[in-house]
Design a binder for this molecule. Structure first.
Ligand code: ADP
Ligand code: ASP
Ligand code: MG
Length: 460
């Protein structure tokens, strides 16, 4: 029986009519049955700007953004010569965008709820266009399959944390089997939206920026796919972000554990949560370039053949270090419980942590999380010091916490760069530390030279 393939195409793969047709060719070649697409490149940013502008600026300013979004989508529609049916669908979405922006402008209030519905239009518009591109490609190859647009909100149930909604896995599995059970017949190619979902009450939600990868993985889990494919603008996962280091090399195979660490610690190529559903169902994930489908790409799997000490490295910018100090921590218990409770009450997630006898330092992802109330709540238990403009550097690999001499090689390579905090020991796949944001890219380049370009024989 043919494999059930779920694919995702990112924003750049949806850039214009040519990109869409190229991506549709890739889907056809791969035999994808369910395709989740992102908004056309830049559109989510434009929709956010629209919400903010409609809320605070004169209406003509918002209209300018609406015109920009319309022009872009209408051009793709013309270039693809879409059917009148799809044109009507598109116009209904344009109308919804206009009304929503007007509503926000009249109320002078763009709530997170309103913003989610506004942002959902990006994927809802691109999926209408991509269904047409897919239909054209199926026709070109005289395929018996038909392309069909599907509203992902029918199956992708989430909680109501607008802006970063949590998918409800068991409800999704049930809804997928009720609504998408026909996929295994391989008669249809279903095109749907990444990034968006719906609450039980029928409110539209989004999964957080870059969330289309995660959507595709949730769908792959929901329909028990055999393979999940993530098609983007680079030929797979590389040893580091190619934008940071021109010598980054493609990785042909990487384990779920390593790739999860890499995604969590800043490699934008995969949304951090993408691999969770794939791990739960043991679905292999392929990452490739829709611009160069012949390139080898990367397989992410449970078990892989080689286990290098350092496979890849990532940089996460905009890190904040919060240090809490109090002599009361000396020989006392319960201190960590008290402070973690404060972070928990503020729904702030901590990434890396290190402690001394009378102080504890934690890293947070974004300075906007450090608000006055959080600081004053923490100040009840300790002196609080906040430092920002930091970058978290992560080395990802295997047996990291059991390899003699690794620290020496790392710190020799960056001996003139101040390391603000180190986290080692908890994971055998990760060694991470903080440097100033300014020195982040240089740190990555030096470590890449030492551990990737020089080859493993340099270690020892
Ligand atoms: P999409 O719109 O397809 O989701 P993204 O821009 O979100 O694409 O992710 C692809 C980008 O991720 C690449 O262009 C690359 O700059 C960046 N990236 C960061 N780290 C890595 C890495 N280790 N390997 C490959 N790409 C990476
Ligand atoms: N369109 C959304 C974003 O730009 C989701 C995605 O592309 O993955 O964040
Ligand atoms: Mg992405």
């Amino acid at each position: 029986m043919a494999q059930l393939v779920v694919s995702k195409f990112g924003g750049t793969s949806m850039g214009d009519a040519e990109c869409m047709l190229r991506s549709a060719e890739v889907s056809h070649r791969q035999g994808s049955s369910l395709i989740a697409v992102s908004a056309t490149s830049g559109t989510t940013n434009d929709l956010i700007a629209l919400g903010k502008t409609a809320e605070s600026q004169p209406w003509p300013e918002a209209e300018k953004i609406i015109t920009k979004i319309l022009d872009k989508h209408e051009k793709i529609a013309r270039d693809l010569a879409i059917s009148s049916h799809s044109q009507e669908r598109l116009e209904i979405l344009f109308e919804e965008m206009n009304s929503l922006a007007k509503g926000v402008h009249l109320l002078r209030d763009c709530s997170v709820k309103a913003m989610d519905t506004l942002m959902s239009l990006g994927e809802r518009m691109s999926s209408v266009l991509f269904t047409e591109a897919m239909a054209k490609v199926l026709q070109k190859y005289n395929s018996k399959k038909t392309a069909e647009l599907f509203d992902v909100r029918t199956v992708l149930r989430t909680d109501d944390s607008f802006g970063k909604a949590k998918p409800l896995t068991s409800e999704i599995a049930k809804l997928c089997s009720e609504n998408l059970g026909f996929l295994r017949d391989h008669k249809k190619v279903v095109v749907t939206q990444g990034y968006i979902g719906m609450t039980d009450e029928g409110m539209t939600t989004t999964l957080g920026r870059g969330g289309s990868d995660y959507s595709a993985a949730i769908l792959a889990e929901g329909v028990s796919a055999d393979v999940l494919e993530i098609w983007t603008d680079v030929a797979g996962i590389a040893t580091t972000d190619p934008r940071l280091c021109s010598k980054a090399k493609p990785i042909s195979e990487i384990s779920f554990k390593e790739a999860s660490e890499l995604a969590t610690f800043g490699a934008k190529v995969l949304h951090p949560a993408t691999l969770l559903p794939a791990i739960r169902k043991n679905i292999p994930v392929f990452v490739g370039s829709s611009f160069d489908a012949e390139a080898k790409g990367t397989w992410v799997r449970k078990d892989v053949e080689d286990h290098p000490l350092i496979r890849a490295m990532a940089l996460r910018k905009k890190q904040v270090l919060v240090t809490l100090s109090t002599p009361e921590m000396l020989h006392a218990h319960g201190f960590l419980f008290q402070i973690f409770k404060v972070f928990n009450d503020h729904k702030v997630s901590i990434d890396a942590i290190t402690t001394s006898e009378i102080s504890v330092s934690v890293t947070l992802d974004d300075s906007t999380l450090v608000n006055k109330k959080l600081i004053s709540d923490l100040s009840q238990f300790a002196d609080v010091q906040v430092e920002d403009n930091l970058a978290l550097i992560s080395l990802i690999g295997n047996n990291i916490n059991h390899t003699a001499g690794l620290g020496k090689h790392i710190f020799e390579a960056i001996s003139d760069i101040n390391v603000r905090m180190i986290c080692l020991g908890a994971s055998k796949h990760n060694f991470c530390f903080l440097v100033s944001e300014e020195q982040g890219p240089e740190t990555i380049r030096r470590l890449h030279e030492t551990f990737i370009e020089a080859g493993p024989e340099e270690m020892g």
